[in-house]
Design a protein around this ligand. Structure first.
Ligand code: SF4
Length: 371
């Protein structure tokens, strides 16, 4: 796994955001810190807030990263940096990073990969500063917890950043419980053409959806949000995590999507992550799609016939039948992705999501058949 947090010592007595450079690109740029010394396992950078000595990865791998520095002088901190926006760009792709804006959430999904916390640490000012320093043409993900619990701060961040960075796009993961009619004029604005909203829907009816998200009334509130988002002509990526409880109704869900939610940009059917709450419930929740792909295929066929674009997230390509393989996209970020040893010789590896770093190794070995 590529580490996003690294131990570091810094001269400053306050937290700050800076972009690391191995070579000055615009000498004197106050937002950048330049490499002055490197070792096999780290580097020392100098910038307007003083020296930062980072351990844990070679300095060349940090080149271009936008980091949040938490100096050791801060109470309760031993000194660290967080790589908010990694400069790494996948071959032929665009730089994609995700910023966590809160760990609070008002749902409690039974397979949540990042179980919520009650407390909120407000980092919006730092995150906005980081977005302004993003690599040209980046797609920045916003996630939580539930970002729209802080809707005004999220909207404000998006609008301020997008108004001065016409090259950037955002993708916001949200449970869709907080959009209101008064948001419509704002979301209709031209800046929001560069924002897409990733919204989960697990069933075409309240009982099962609400059992999965752990919140009574969530289905009706989600439908209300869809009305507002439709009125705003918002860009929506619908997301459905595949579970043993919703596999039997996936066909009904595909009909619901194709008739009631035709305005979405894409429907992502997602395989379960072996982490968070799902880890201890794996046997009850996990669907081995290799043996039950017919149901998924029916759903994919139905949406395709109705002109709704569907895609498969977290499905290793060799586990998907040939005719649906192109829908299985490289959905897992590089910092948390791994492959089985057998994948080394696979011709599809660059297009394949592989596995989450936390997926059990014995399972990965059993699943792969190099193409
Ligand atoms: S063998 Fe590995 S790289 Fe190839 S498709 Fe399967 S999981 Fe992906």
């Amino acid at each position: 796994m590529i580490p996003l947090r690294l131990p570091a010592l810094a001269e400053s007595d306050r937290a700050f955001v800076t972009r690391l450079r191995s070579q000055p690109q615009a000498p004197g740029d106050p937002s950048e810190s330049y490499l002055i010394e490197e070792s096999a396992e780290g580097g020392t950078f100098a910038g307007p807030r003083g020296i930062i000595a980072i351990d844990g990865v070679p300095a060349e791998q940090l080149d271009g990263d936008v980091i949040l520095v938490r100096p050791q002088a801060l109470p309760g901190n031993s000194g660290s940096i967080e790589r908010l926006l990694r400069a790494h760009r996948p071959e032929g792709g665009i730089a994609h990073n995700t910023l966590l804006v809160t760990e609070r959430c008002d749902q409690l999904c039974l397979m949540c990969s990042q179980p919520p916390k009650k407390t909120h640490v407000d980092r919006f000012a730092y995150l906005e500063e980081a977005c302004l320093l993003a690599e040209p043409g980046s797609l920045i993900g916003i996630t939580g917890g539930e970002p729209t619990l802080y809707k005004e701060q999220v909207f404000g961040l998006l609008e301020r950043v997008l108004s001065v960075r016409p090259d950037l796009e955002f993708h916001v993961l949200t449970n869709g419980q907080h959009f209101a009619s008064e948001d419509v004029p704002r979301l209709r604005g031209p800046l929001y053409r560069r924002v897409s909203w990733g919204i989960p829907l697990y069933a075409p009816e309240p009982a099962l959806h609400e059992e999965i998200v752990g919140k009574s009334g969530a289905f009706a509130r989600l439908e209300e949000s869809f009305v507002h988002l439709l009125a705003a002509r918002a860009r929506i990526e619908l997301r459905t995590v595949l579970l043993s409880s919703n596999l039997p109704i996936l066909g009904d869900l595909s009909r619901f999507v194709a008739t009631r939610l035709r305005f979405i940009e894409a429907w992502s059917i997602m395989q379960l992550e072996h982490t968070g709450y799902a880890r201890n419930r794996w046997k009850d929740l996990f669907v081995d799609h290799r043996t039950q792909f017919d149901t998924i295929a029916d759903a994919l066929n139905h949406t395709a016939v109705h002109g709704v674009r569907a895609q498969l997230f977290n499905f290793p390509r060799c586990t998907v039948p040939d005719e649906y393989r192109e829908l299985a996209v490289a959905s897992i970020s590089d910092w948390k992705r791994k492959y089985a040893q057998a994948c080394d010789g696979c011709r599809e590896r660059t297009k394949c999501c592989g596995f989450f770093e936390w997926h059990p190794d014995d399972e990965t070995m059993k699943m792969v058949t190099p193409l």
